[in-house]
Ligand binder design. Structure first.
Ligand code: TYD
Length: 206
């Protein structure tokens, strides 16, 4: 059995974690072993870095420092969790991965895409087999995200205009990597979205 690496991407509050769990359940029903994980975080070291990233004032880090921290967290997550699981033939489903850095740091928060791409090439390299981008109106998603009040709202505090730039960034990314990215309408009820994600997965596995 070959390992299979899926990532879920999209703006804050688009329902990625719900869909990641639904996809994991489907894979388990198919008899596959699944590792459900997330970024920033996913390994012990990366979860420590996560706290530095998601808590505190929006201007706590420069865009450059933030990009280095996300990349450091990803490297640890890859070494400790993703690569070993794929090597063991498991399915890895990650709620966010490198595309989030391309869009959040590389496009929406400053013109840092060159730095993002260089760091990715040097320290990460790995791309997912399939990336499901959950697309929806940021005004709806933002109200859901803030409603959670998790204390992890450093990014969500930046407001609607930022979320609209992110949505455009994810759409551009889907056009940039058409062979591995699928844009999915996430404004529908979760139970209607899951079958589309499973269909995209089956198509990619075939
Ligand atoms: P996440 O826990 O996925 O938040 P949410 O569940 O609200 O989508 O991610 C925390 C924040 O970090 C989120 O606003 C997106 C941001 N982020 C980046 O800016 N760059 C990255 O590379 C990643 C992985 C996340």
């Amino acid at each position: 059995m070959n390992g299979f690496f899926i990532t879920l991407e999209g703006i804050d509050g688009a329902g990625k974690s719900t869909q990641a769990r639904a996809l994991a359940t489907w894979f388990e029903g198919e008899g596959r072993e699944v590792v459900l994980t997330r970024e920033p975080g996913g390994s012990a070291g990366a979860e420590e870095i996560r706290r530095l990233l998601v808590e505190g004032a929006p201007d706590r880090w420069s865009g450059e420092t933030e990009t280095l921290l996300f990349t450091a967290a990803r490297r640890d997550h890859l070494e400790r969790v993703i690569t070993p699981a794929l090597a063991a033939g498991k399915v890895v489903i990650s709620d966010r991965f490198a595309d989030s850095t391309r869009v959040y740091q590389g496009a929406a928060r400053g013109e840092l895409r060159a730095l993002v791409d260089t760091l990715h090439k040097l320290a990460i390299q790995r791309e997912p087999d399939l990336t499901l981008i959950l697309d929806m109106d940021p005004d709806v998603a933002l109200s859901r995200g803030l409603a959670r009040a998790s204390g992890e709202d450093r990014f969500e505090e930046e407001g609607a205009a930022f979320q609209h730039r992110l949505r455009a960034g994810f759409k551009a990314l889907a056009a940039e990597y058409p062979s591995r990215c699928r844009l999915v309408d996430a404004s529908r009820p979760p139970a209607e979205i899951t079958p589309d994600l499973i269909a995209a997965t089956q198509e990619r596995l075939a």
